[in-house]
Write a protein that binds this ligand. Structure first.
Ligand code: USQ
Length: 395
């Protein structure tokens, strides 16, 4: 297949490209490299020392002995987005080219607006380019489990059956995002569903849980093929942060009570699931939704797992501490999302979670100095109420 990966320099985009190329797909990557800039803006860096774009292309070419088809630019530029789709005529587009940080979007009005413009305009441009130049192409779009929020009922995969005033229908399940970032994904979902309805496009909208981990098999033992790995309070996500904090001897930061429950999956399984969706596309005109995660966990329980693995496998002394929650979210709640279709397509979780945590920590131990040298971005200071002040440890 000819596959265009938008966001090909990111945490998911880079390994997905490697994996798809290894499977014989013809991959084109496009990336604005904004993620690198945003992370620098908040004073952090990838824990893994990733190469610049040219260096990565050279590493790709060494690995696959073919040129790396990479375009640097933003999908918010209609000329670029339309030219790419018109010239490459992809069979599938994987759209990962969005700002993924809930905290970044909550800093102030400018950051909320930037997140909206970057995420929504990029998606709108892709949809129009597909309509005009590649109407049979499959759009595989990365949404988030966070679109649903934490309702007090089971969460289906996108749609639910409802009887209302004597009539029956299948309708989109309500979305209740908890940050401006998550809200941009809700808007994207609505826009994509409408484009499928009115233009007959096909799309898989992936409601992905929190991804963690450092590697996939296609990287082999070549450190130059590692993905970026963020551990700061703004772009780092819960379990990755816990692993990074553990290897430098800092307390794991559980926000509030720690009963927040989310779906989690390892990086390698995220890549496996995205590949399954690509290789099993929906019918023309179909808008389908997959909930993509391996298992649900409470955040405090994950911290306990990282402590256990750190102590048992690496002899680390790991402390778990609760801190003030900078977010506005339920800290104890019901959470029961479905996740059937990916398993039906053949998704088999690769490792148990503690094994994956162990593999990640062993990579991160080698990046200890890089993490420790950014100690000022470990504790969150972006609060959902607009204040910018560092949280305190709770007793
Ligand atoms: N949390 C902690 N301690 C930390 C970091 C996070 O307790 O050090 C808690 C948060 O309060 C939250 C939960 O862990 O309740 C998850 O937070 P997160 O930062 O790992 O994830 P989130 O902000 O929800 O966003 C991340 C990605 C986003 C993706 C989403 C999937 O940044 O792009 O869409 O995970 S989901 O969470 O299912 O919406």
């Amino acid at each position: 297949m000819k596959i265009l990966i938008a966001g090909s320099d990111g945490y998911l985009g880079w390994p997905l490209g490697l994996h798809l190329a290894e499977r014989g797909h013809q991959v084109t990557g496009v990336d604005s490299l904004f993620r690198r800039r945003w992370v620098l803006e908040i004073g952090s860096d990838s824990a893994t020392p990733i190469l610049d774009a040219d260096g990565r292309s050279a590493a790709w070419e060494r690995r696959f002995r073919t040129p790396h088809d990479f375009v640097c630019g933003s999908l918010t530029d209609w000329e670029l987005a339309s030219r790419l789709v018109r010239d490459r005529r992809p069979d599938a587009i994987v759209h990962l080219a969005e700002n993924p940080s809930a905290p970044w979007s909550m800093i102030d009005a400018a950051h909320a607006a930037d997140t909206h413009v970057n995420n929504l305009v990029g998606t709108l441009n892709l949809l129009h380019a597909m309509r005009d130049f590649a109407p049979d192409c499959h759009l595989l779009k990365l949404g988030t489990m966070g679109e649903y929020g934490t309702p007090n009922v089971d969460i289906p995969e996108g749609f639910f059956e409802i009887d209302y005033r004597g009539r029956h229908d299948r309708l989109p399940f309500p979305r209740q995002a908890g940050s401006w970032y998550h809200q941009t994904k809700v808007h994207d979902s609505n826009n994509i569903a409408m484009a499928c309805r009115i233009w007959g496009l096909r799309s898989t909208d992936v409601m992905q849980g929190v991804v963690f981990g450092t590697r996939i098999d296609a990287m082999g033992s070549d450190d130059e093929l590692l993905s970026r790995f963020d551990f700061d309070h703004c772009f780092g996500t819960a379990l990755n942060r816990f692993c990074a904090l553990a290897v430098i001897g800092q307390p794991l930061t559980v926000y509030g009570k720690g009963g927040q429950t989310r779906g989690f999956l390892p990086l390698r399984d995220s890549i496996q699931c995205l590949t399954l969706a690509l290789e099993n596309p929906p019918a023309k005109g179909e808008y389908r939704v997959f909930n993509q995660f391996e298992e649900v966990y409470r955040v405090a329980d994950l911290a306990g797992m990282v402590r256990r693995v750190g102590e048992r496998s690496f002899g680390l002394s790991v402390e778990v501490r609760h801190v003030e929650n900078p977010r506005k979210e339920a800290e104890e709640h019901y959470y029961h999302p479905d996740h059937r279709p990916l398993l039906d397509l053949g998704y088999v979780p690769t490792h148990d979670i503690e094994k994956e945590i162990e593999l990640s920590m062993s990579d991160l131990l080698r990046c200890r100095e890089r993490i420790a040298s950014h100690s000022e971005v470990l504790l969150p200071d972006i609060r959902w109420d607009g204040r910018r002040s560092r949280v305190s440890y709770l007793s």
